[in-house]
Every structure is written in structure tokens, then in C-alpha cells.
Design a protein around this ligand. Structure first.
Ligand SMILES: *[C@@H]1O[C@H](CO)[C@@H](O)[C@H](O)[C@H]1NC(C)=O
Ligand SMILES: *[C@@H]1O[C@H](CO)[C@@H](O)[C@H](O)[C@H]1NC(C)=O
Length: 269
């Protein structure tokens, strides 16, 4: 009937509800003297712990619903704020990035210039693009007079991955991207295994270490390249095995709404 339960160890402290006169008397103090014995017994059976739980549950679940609603509002505000951020002019990333302010600039468009360090390319799988299975290609970008940062260049299909056509870009490139941080992995995402070239989730610290770490001037800064071309261009890239960057949109999963509905429905049952 109710989805939430108390942990197995939790038992209602029976002494609070049992009919030991001294403890319940405060509940009925005004009545116990005048009501007939039978009536009193009925009243006490109504006070059985389960019934009390049933009485409390709607308030409890409604409270959870309200809490989720607050979280939802918070999240919608956050998305608005991020959308605004996304509209701002692209920033040129400074030569050395103050890591403590990266969080503030997440979802900002940024421009970085440099040369690809193809030897340290990381292929993230499994990734899907319009139903096609493949990888995301992340390559460190070595910036002249500045730190090296990590760039997710986008999607390459499984069929094209061995062609490694993206290696063709050897000169200096300018990348328009979006600043991101590590993305939380879910319960089923295996941990990365850099030694065997297996990458599953963007753990920026580990990726920076793999690319050479501090000693090699690599900063744990992660940029996702933006692709704003039309579908035709995307298909050409897909056929050639060239990475297709991400859409410049906010993709936080807005899942609080479903929780709100669940909790509110529970509370009116
Ligand atoms: C980095 O930014 C923080 C917060 O704005 C500031 O306190 C700190 O001094 C900065 N560090 C450097 C090296 O500029
Ligand atoms: C890097 O530094 C050198 C020497 O100071 C300078 O000539 C060059 O233009 C700089 N490169 C960039 C991209 O700023």
C-alpha cells in the first residue's frame, strides 16, 4: 500500500500506545472517568500502532512531495540560470586556469587553441548517437604558452573507429566548446581502466593524470566540443568517422517532477 517502509529494526515503541493506564491516561484524561468501559476499549483498539501509521502516512508522504517540489523549483531555476550562461559570449580560456573557479563557469562556451596530443586519446564507450553505437573521442589539447586541457571532440561510430580519421588534424586548431566537470557515473558504470584503454565515464582527474598530469602541464579541465552544423553535415562526419560534437544545450535530467507526482499520489491514497 505504501512504498516507503521503516527499516526492519524499527519497531514502534509499544509502550507509547499500549493500554497500560498510567501511560495512556494523558490522552484520555478528560474522558476516562465518564465513558463506559466498552467505549473505552474501542477507543484503545483504534490507537493500535498500525492505525496510527496509516493516519500519519498521508502527512508524511505529502511532506516528501513538498520537499521534492522545492527541489524541482530549485532545479528549474538552475536550468534557467545555465541557459542564460550558455547565451553569453564564449570565453577565451586563460593560459593557466584557476581550478577553484571552474565550477562557476560550467556550461559557459569557451574557445581554446592548440594542437592535439593524439597519443593520449581516450575512447569512451558505450556511446550512442541517433541510434548508432560508437565512442566519444577525448584528446588532450596542448596550448602554446598555456596548460593542456581535455577536449571531448564528440561521437565516432563503432564502424569508423579503427579508421582513426580524426588523427588527420595535426596543425593548430581552434575549438569552440562548453566547459564541463566530471559527470557522475551511475550504479552500473564500471570504473575506468586507463591501463587497458577502457574509458566509461568522464572522471576528469583520472583523465588528466593519464594525459601526463601536472608534470606535463595538464590541468583537469574538461571541454566538450560544440557542433552546430545541420543534419547533412553531421551525416557526412558520421560517414567519414570524424567526431561530431555536442549540441549547445543543457542536459540535466529533470527527474524531480516524477518524484513529486509519486509522493503526492501516495499521500492521497
Ligand atoms: C583562484 O580563485 C580564488 C577564488 O576567486 C581566489 O581566491 C584565488 O586567489 C585564485 N587563485 C589564483 C592563483 O589566482
Ligand atoms: C608564446 O610565447 C612566445 C614567446 O613569448 C610568443 O612569441 C608566442 O606568440 C606565444 N604564443 C601564443 C599563442 O601566445
Amino acid at each position: 500500500m505504501f512504498r516507503i517502509g521503516f527499516p526492519p529494526k524499527f519497531t514502534l515503541p509499544r509502550r507509547c500506545f499500549h493500554n497500560s493506564a498510567p501511560r495512556t491516561s494523558w490522552l484520555f484524561r478528560s474522558q476516562t472517568t465518564s465513558v463506559p468501559a466498552i467505549y473505552k476499549a474501542r477507543k484503545e483498539s483504534w490507537m493500535k500502532p498500525t492505525m496510527i501509521l496509516v493516519g500519519i502516512m498521508p502527512f508524511f508522504t505529502f511532506g516528501l512531495g513538498v520537499w521534492q517540489l522545492k527541489r524541482l523549483k530549485w532545479k528549474i531555476n538552475l536550468i534557467d540560470e545555465l541557459e542564460e550562461k550558455l547565451q553569453l559570449q564564449p570565453l577565451s580560456l586563460p593560459p593557466n586556469i584557476n581550478l577553484s573557479v571552474v565550477e562557476e563557469f560550467v556550461f559557459r562556451r569557451v574557445i581554446v587553441r592548440g594542437k592535439w596530443d593524439n597519443a593520449h586519446t581516450m575512447l569512451f564507450s558505450p556511446r550512442v548517437y541517433n541510434g548508432v553505437h560508437g565512442f566519444h573521442v577525448v584528446t588532450p589539447l596542448v596550448r602554446e604558452n598555456g596548460s593542456t586541457v581535455l577536449v571531448d571532440r564528440g561521437f565516432v561510430s563503432r564502424d569508423c573507429i579503427s579508421s582513426a580519421n580524426w588523427l588527420a588534424e595535426t596543425g593548430e586548431v581552434e575549438v569552440l566548446g562548453m566547459l564541463r566537470t566530471s559527470q557522475p557515473r551511475n550504479l552500473f558504470t564500471p570504473n575506468n581502466d586507463p591501463a587497458h584503454g577502457k574509458w566509461y565515464w568522464t572522471d576528469v582527474e583520472t583523465m588528466a593524470e593519464y594525459a601526463g598530469g601536472k608534470a606535463a602541464g595538464v590541468q583537469p579541465v574538461f571541454v566538450e566540443q560544440i557542433f552546430e552544423g545541420h543534419a547533412g553535415e553531421a551525416n557526412t562526419k558520421l560517414d567519414k568517422g570524424l567526431p561530431i560534437g555536442r549540441n549547445p544545450t543543457i542536459d540535466l535530467r529533470n527527474s524531480h517532477l516524477s518524484y513529486v507526482i509519486t509522493w503526492q499520489v501516495q499521500s492521497v491514497k
